[in-house]
Design a protein around this ligand. Structure first.
Ligand SMILES: [Zn+2]
Length: 253
């Protein structure tokens, strides 16, 4: 058993007993953690309100070596996720980000500073003044890139040659993870056809370091949402439960 300190984001809370919770956290240094928070449901909890969805906290955790759950002994709130008081749309975006990050890190809890920092930036964007719908798209596409599963938007996934990106629509094979050239296209079944502008936006949104999302039109949202949802589901092999909370069309907010 080792006692570790790190910073973490709360992804899920499950009631464990009358007084305890099981917290799923994504931490900066330890990756994903599932830990018992004893006494967290008591009125005067030792965690003092830090255990809340998408809250960022400093934690102390005793890591068990076996399959047993880790033990959370301390959580000090650094930043609360306040979207619930802003709008249902922002709150739903938060639920989705928490679920996708949990599913992405389900097997193998290796830490990833880029993924941790991306999530922090996304939470701040959803909680701030940025368009939350594009912040979520950027989270998904940048996250997929960090995980090594970014959709290939320029080079053919069959042979690696540069695809003619001047065409209005470009063949895209979800099961292969990207675009196809004219030579590889006939050999594949279930190939979608995606507008060039949508693929260009996918490329731009794979880089979350560039500050607020700019230059991506609201008129592209509907197609982008459909493409990115399918990329996320194909990679996970499942549909995130909260994906249905995201609007399929851009809505004013
Ligand atoms: Zn090819």
């Amino acid at each position: 058993m080792a006692t570790e300190q790190t910073e973490a984001i709360v992804l899920r809370l499950i009631e464990f007993s009358e007084t305890s919770l099981i917290a799923t956290l994504y931490s900066r240094d330890l990756g994903r953690i599932s830990a018992i928070a004893k006494g967290a449901r008591r009125p005067k909890s030792p965690f003092d309100g830090a255990l809340d969805l998408l809250a960022v906290c400093r934690i102390v955790v005793i890591c068990k070596s076996s399959d047993a759950l880790d033990l959370l002994t301390e959580a000090k709130l650094q930043r609360r996720f306040r979207a619930a008081s802003r709008s249902l749309l922002r709150l739903n975006c938060g639920y989705y980000v928490a679920e996708v990050l949990r599913l992405w890190t389900d097997s193998g809890a290796t830490a990833s500073h880029p993924l941790y920092d991306l999530t922090l930036r996304t939470i701040a964007a959803i909680d701030g003044t940025e368009d939350p719908l594009f912040a979520v798209l950027r989270f998904e596409l940048t996250g997929l890139r960090i995980l090594g599963h970014a959709p290939a938007t320029r080079d053919c996934v069959g042979c690696g040659t540069r695809v003619d990106t001047a065409a209005a629509r470009i063949p895209f094979a979800y099961h292969m993870g990207g675009v196809l050239c004219p030579a590889c296209r006939p050999r594949q079944r279930e190939v979608a056809s995606i507008r060039r502008e949508v693929l260009q936006a996918c490329t731009r949104l794979q880089d979350a370091t560039g500050g607020p999302v700019e230059g991506v039109g609201e008129n592209l949202y509907r197609d982008l949402r459909a493409v990115v949802s399918r990329c996320v589901c194909t990679h996970l092999g499942a549909v995130p439960r909260t994906q249905s909370l995201l609007p399929t069309k851009w809505v004013s907010h």
